[in-house]
Design a protein around this ligand. Structure first.
Ligand code: ADP
Ligand code: MG
Length: 703
């Protein structure tokens, strides 16, 4: 047990009562916990705004002045505390709605304060709601540089009432650090890494993160601690993955035979892109390795993932294995089935289709052929994972649009061959930023198709509001007159389902008036319809019997109607960025110029505006994903919600991609050279991993 493991109660200045509050409010149990309670900002004593220069709503400012007035106004819910700060250039109003009594008691009119907060505008006047208030520190003794940053710590009302405001915490941490020496905080990284990345020692970094002299020290400490955080995360992830690979054998697809070669030479209707070739090679290496493949192929909508999947399945066939391909919806599975049948039917490949709606004799026939091995490829919905589906010799499962499937469902596929787990290829168009993918898919290898087939015309995206509606309709008419088809999409979420459905129906009715039969035919598809009806409507659109498809996001995933060249998205501000991007991907699949029209109200939130602008400015899925990550934070990206491993102390996946990539690279190199971390220079790594192992909060989630 080291000094850091000591119960926080015994640190000078804490005691039983404060310890209790520290535990319940901040989860600080030990001295170590306190040491890793980092400031979220610093007071830079050299930089203050003048009140006169505050011009912008939303701006974060640090002011220094005298509290001139403090009074409680209003009653009940409207009760608030209003204060006025004066500096030599003007006055600023401050207002609090919470902790009013406490603040009223502790703030003193006439005293000088440092005020930090975000400016907001009310009735044409600026004010600062809920500013942080600090008494200025004593002036530095003359002759000293006078620099120095004061750390400001996250705290809570209850802690504040126990005297542990930002300043009280600062004092505790000062006491803690004064009682420690470099020996109490051993280095965790090998010296050569510290040198290679010019990182400060752990001891120095922890001192500087709490009590820096200047910005450079903050930056240095932050970089070092972020690196450590991300590096050990990667080291663990890679270890887990290596262990899985070492223990899980996989079928070897040694041959490239007739199916693959004939398809490649005679049937492939286009030249593969460089990215498609690269990914196929990566897959081939896996399939030759004797290890079990568990690979994610990430590629923007339209990047050509299907053909990569098909060619991978043909590799299985050439080695006398069967293959299956699973899609999240019936429509999508059907489309894959039809497309793939056209491509390989003549090669003598027996392709089948299976879903919950395939019943009776038809189902019997398919099941029999799968069990006997007569059927080579089966394409379908999640019905494929049901126990009654048995194969003779399943070698690979392809899962399209991964985010709809969980880890558990993937595991059920593994059980489909008693001789060993079939390889798994997962395909997703959800553009997950690389940084996130690296971290999220600990159990998957990731390949990226980062190139679109040549000759695609970028989709033109426009932002329109209600008063452009007539013009938008005129535009739809023009496109339809050219023989094109149009999607009109409405938002639909569970919480507002009823209202959303009404909206959709009245939109449909309005369109039916403006685009009357017989000239125009309109399809409608939404989640409340029976699957058969949905399919019927969808098919009418696919067969060009209708020109307009009114739908909810059920069409988001994968549908391919190359003749549809216009996507109108109603209430676009209500969609997330990656969803907008997925929807837009439904057009631009043919040779024609395609358009996406984002309809919104006049008033947009800040984030809403940025989402719309991003869509107008770029079609690059990865740029969009990065923006999405920045706007929403990693915890909200689809598929990551359950992932506690994305909580970091300091690192921020949206901003620290470079550090993450560097950490990932060296972690990979180290494990290649020294898989067991047995070399003397890696003793620190081993030790740190072992000590962290006790804290299994994160690792239990990674399988
Ligand atoms: P996604 O990655 O969104 O699943 P698809 O596999 O559906 O994309 O491919 C989109 C379209 O691009 C299909 O019509 C497909 O035939 C075509 N395609 C795929 N690869 C190429 C290529 N290398 N050159 C030209 N067209 C291609
Ligand atoms: Mg696809």
């Amino acid at each position: 047990m080291t000094k850091l493991d000591a119960n926080i109660e015994y640190l000078k200045g804490v005691g039983p009562q404060r310890a209790e509050t520290l535990k319940t409010e901040l989860g600080i149990f030990t001295c170590r916990d306190l040491l890793f309670h980092f400031p979220f900002r610093y007071i830079d004593r050299t930089k203050f705004h003048k009140i006169r220069d505050v011009h912008n709503e939303g701006e974060s400012v640090q002011l220094r002045g005298t509290l001139r007035r403090l009074e409680t106004l209003g009653e009940g819910k409207a009760k608030r505390l209003v204060g006025t700060l004066r500096d030599e250039t003007g006055i600023m109003e401050m207002v609090w709605f919470r902790s009013v009594q406490w603040l009223e008691k502790s703030l003193v009119v006439g005293k000088e304060y440092i005020v930090f907060g975000r400016v907001s505008e009310f009735n044409g006047k600026f004010n600062i709601p809920h500013p942080e208030m600090e008494e200025p520190p004593p002036a530095p003794p003359s002759g000293e540089a006078g620099g120095g940053f004061d750390p400001v710590y996250p705290t809570t009302d209850r802690l504040t009432q126990k005297g542990l405001d930002a300043k009280g915490l600062r004092k505790l941490i000062r006491t803690l650090l004064d009682g420690l020496s470099a020996a109490d905080i051993p280095e965790t990284l090998p010296d050569y890494l510290l040198g290679q990345f010019r990182l400060s020692s752990r001891w120095q970094a922890l001192n500087h993160i709490h009590f820096p002299e200047n910005q450079a020290e903050v930056d240095g400490a932050t970089r070092r601690l972020k690196f450590e955080e991300l590096f050990f995360l990667q080291l663990r992830l890679l270890q887990v993955r290596t262990r899985r690979k070492d223990t899980m054998r996989g079928f070897v697809f040694a041959k490239l035979g007739d199916y693959f070669n004939q398809f490649f030479q005679e049937k492939l209707p286009f030249e593969l892109t460089g990215a498609q070739k690269r990914v196929l090679k990566e897959i081939r290496v896996d399939l030759l390795s004797g290890k079990h493949m568990n690979r994610l192929v990430q590629g923007d909508v339209g990047s050509g993932k299907t053909v990569v999947a098909l060619m991978t399945m043909l590799m299985a066939l050439d080695n006398d294995f069967q293959a299956c391909m699973m899609a999240p919806t019936e429509i999508l599975a059907q489309q894959h089935f039809e497309g793939i049948t056209v491509l390989v039917g003549e090669l003598g490949v027996n392709v089948g289709y299976l879903s919950g709606s395939v019943k009776g004799k038809k189902r019997e026939a398919i099941l029999t052929q799968l069990a006997s091995g007569e059927m080579h490829i089966v394409i379908g919905t999640h019905a494929l994972i049901e126990d009654w589906v048995q194969f003779k010799n399943l070698g690979i499962s392809v899962i399209d649009e991964q985010h709809r499937f969980g880890v558990e469902q993937r595991a059920r596929l593994w059980a489909k061959n008693p001789a060993g787990p079939p390889h798994v290829l997962v395909m997703t168009a959800t553009p997950i930023p690389r940084t996130l993918a690296m971290t999220l898919y600990g159990d998957l290898d990731v390949s990226v198709i980062d190139e679109l087939p040549p000759g695609r015309k970028p989709i033109t995206t426009m932002h329109k509001t209600e008063h452009h509606r007539l013009r938008v309709q005129g535009f739809m008419r023009e496109e339809i007159a050219k023989g094109r088809q149009v999607y009109v999409v409405y938002p639909m979420i569970e919480e507002t389902e009823k209202l959303d459905l009404q909206n959709l129906m009245s939109g449909f009715e309005a369109l039916s008036r403006d685009f009357p039969p017989p000239e125009y035919q309109i399809s409608i598809v939404h989640g409340k319809m029976k699957p058969g009806d949905k399919d019927f409507e969808m098919q009418r659109f696919v067969k060009k019997e209708t020109q307009i498809m009114v739908a909810t996001t059920v069409i988001e995933v994968g549908v391919n109607v190359p003749n549809a060249s216009v996507m109108v998205i109603e209430n676009a501000e209500r969609f997330g960025l990656s969803q907008l991007h997925q929807l837009r991907g439904r057009v631009g699949r043919g040779a024609d110029q395609s358009f996406c029209v984002l309809m919104t109200g006049h008033k947009l939130s800040h984030d809403g505006r940025e989402r719309i602008q991003t869509m107008v400015q770029t079609t690059d899925g990865f740029v969009i994903a990065e923006t999405d990550l920045r706007l929403r934070g990693p915890g909200n990206i689809e598929g990551t919600q359950q992932s506690g491993m994305l909580r970091f102390l300091l690192a921020d996946l949206a901003r620290d991609g470079q550090i993450l990539a560097a950490a990932r690279d060296v972690a990979t190199q180290i494990l290649e050279k020294d898989p067991g971390l047995a070399m003397p220079e890696h003793a620190r790594l081993r030790l740190h991993l072992a000590s962290e192992g006790k804290d299994a909060r994160v690792w239990s989630r990674i399988s």
